[in-house]
Design a protein around this ligand. Structure first.
Ligand SMILES: [Zn+2]
Ligand SMILES: [Zn+2]
Length: 136
């Protein structure tokens, strides 16, 4: 059993979980890319019956029976769920209060991986925005 908690950017929606951990997927599908406005989405799988919410997430039905939850105030993506897997709720790992509790264990839909991810490890690195990018 694992205790996890998280919140959206503005704090209007928070979640708490106390239950078994499932898969920790990084999804590269283009739907997750667009939904998260990011190169990929990292998820924590939880038992939907063991999650408690404060605030009320809204959701968008991205395909028949597939729902993507988000904060109605700030728009932070909160979860993915599908009628295909009714016992699973996939919460966006980026909403965790403690990011050290997350360790992805699988990448899926690599055929749709954002091509611009290639080579980013070789880019100049800065700890903050205070250092101007170096000329390349
Ligand atoms: Zn919010
Ligand atoms: Zn996906």
């Amino acid at each position: 059993m694992t205790k996890l908690s998280g919140r959206c950017l503005c704090g209007a929606v928070t979640w708490c979980y106390d239950g078994p951990r499932g898969r920790n997927l990084i999804c590269h599908c283009t739907s997750c890319q667009r939904a998260a406005s990011s190169a990929y989405a990292a998820f924590v799988e939880v038992d939907p019956k063991q999650v408690s919410w404060s605030g009320t997430p809204n959701h968008y039905q991205s395909s028949p029976g597939t729902f993507r939850g988000f904060c109605p105030t700030c728009g932070t993506r909160l979860y993915f769920r599908s009628d295909r897997w009714p016992g699973e709720l996939h919460i966006h790992a980026a909403t965790l209060d403690d990011a050290t509790l997350y360790q992805p264990d699988c990448q899926v839909v690599l055929r749709e991986r954002a091509p611009w991810l290639d080579g980013i490890d070789a880019l100049p690195r800065h700890d903050g925005f205070d250092t101007p990018p170096s000329d390349q």
